[in-house]
Write a new protein. Structure first.
Length: 362
């Protein structure tokens, strides 16, 4: 139903327009008594064989929603009814910001891909925290944090600290985002020296808040922290990342963010008027590419990191998962958990159930 009826209608409208419409519709529908139960009944698989313990957290299944869809933590409970094992909100910044000028998200249907240059548009960490405090379900929440656009890289460490402190009591794990291509100079923070400083500081705060905070009695560890990396890194840069992760005792890596490369594109994705050309792709401009063209590189990085990690940290695999086979490939490459985003847009919510069914068959 989704691919034959809903998606063709959705794709008639600009991506951000339909995003807000679907979010509003799902939010309102789930207010009606019984609707969440019906959604959960149709999309969720509950099976002990799907459960995984990663980073000391018990996940009901390994399929999560990647950051970027629920940036402001407004629909996590409702999205959890679709069968996700966890939801990652954000990227959240200390202060609200509008993001980059519109249009800033584009579909490439032939490639089953998206290009976005959203620019961390969000309502700020405090607003997200207030909504997360009203969590009605036990869905596991990850907090993806970043810096504000106007904050120079020299002051980035303060932005990450503010987000970390603000969200600490309302998320189950953190992801440090220094790899988005849509905030000027952000990727420079992936360099060894600035990245090590940021991660060391967050671990220091992590220990401090764990000792003084109001934690659950069963909690024996501080909050897990992961690093989200770009797919455009060389193997030498990946080696540096592994060294930093081990040195700062991070819990894992999210591999990968969107790519700035356009090499794998078919370059003939039509717009609503049927126009196809390389020029159209060029007019979309800069931004991060996600979806099927990213699948191979993302899996290569997961495999490389897994061989280097030797079980010392976990890997969340994300990038180009559009089918159960894509998901299994990521898990076999060494991912402990996986996340979907663009595949969710193109394949619909049924993808989560299909992936979990496939996992049960392996």
């Amino acid at each position: 139903m989704y691919k034959k009826i809903l998606k063709p209608i959705f794709f008639l409208f600009p991506p951000e327009t339909i995003h807000h419409f679907v979010f509003s519709f799902l939010k309102m529908a789930c207010i009606i008594p019984g609707v969440q139960f019906i959604i959960r009944k149709n999309f969720t698989i509950t099976n002990d064989r799907l459960k995984v313990n990663v980073m000391g957290i018990d996940f009901p299944n390994p399929v999560g929603l990647a950051a970027g869809l629920d940036k402001d933590a407004v629909l996590f409970d409702e999205l959890g009814c679709l069968g996700f094992g966890f939801i990652e909100i954000g990227t959240v910044t200390p202060v609200a910001q509008p993001g980059n000028p519109k249009p800033r998200m584009f579909r490439l249907p032939d490639d089953e891909a998206l290009i976005n240059r959203m620019g961390f548009n969000n309502g700020g960490a405090k607003a997200a925290t207030q909504r997360l405090r009203k969590r009605r379900t036990n869905i596991i929440i990850g907090g993806n944090i970043g810096k504000n656009k106007t904050t120079p890289n020299e002051g980035a460490i303060d932005d990450y600290e503010k987000c970390f402190r603000e969200l600490y009591d309302v998320v189950d794990y953190f992801v440090v985002n220094v790899s988005s291509p849509n905030t000027p100079n952000l990727r420079e923070l992936q360099e060894k020296e600035p990245l090590t400083k940021i991660l060391r500081k967050l671990q220091e705060i992590n220990g401090e808040l764990f000792k003084t905070g109001n934690r659950k009695p069963e909690t024996v560890n501080s909050k897990p922290i992961l690093l989200k990396i770009a797919p455009d890194l060389t193997n030498e840069q990946l080696d540096d990342i592994v060294e930093i992760v081990l040195e700062t005792k991070l819990d894992g890596i999210v591999a990968t963010n969107t790519t700035i490369s356009r090499e794998k594109l078919l370059r003939r994705s039509p717009d609503s008027f049927g126009q196809t050309s390389n020029l159209k792709l060029e007019t979309m401009g800069a931004g991060g590419l996600s979806g099927k063209p990213l699948a191979k590189r993302s899996t290569e990085i997961i495999k490389y990191l897994s061989e280097k990690a030797k079980g010392r940290f976990c890997i969340i695999g994300v990038g180009g998962i559009h089918s159960p086979e894509d998901a299994i490939e990521k898990l076999k490459a060494g991912a402990s958990l996986i996340q979907i985003y663009t595949g969710f847009i193109y394949e619909g919510p049924g993808l989560i159930k299909r992936i979990n069914k496939a996992i049960l068959k392996t």
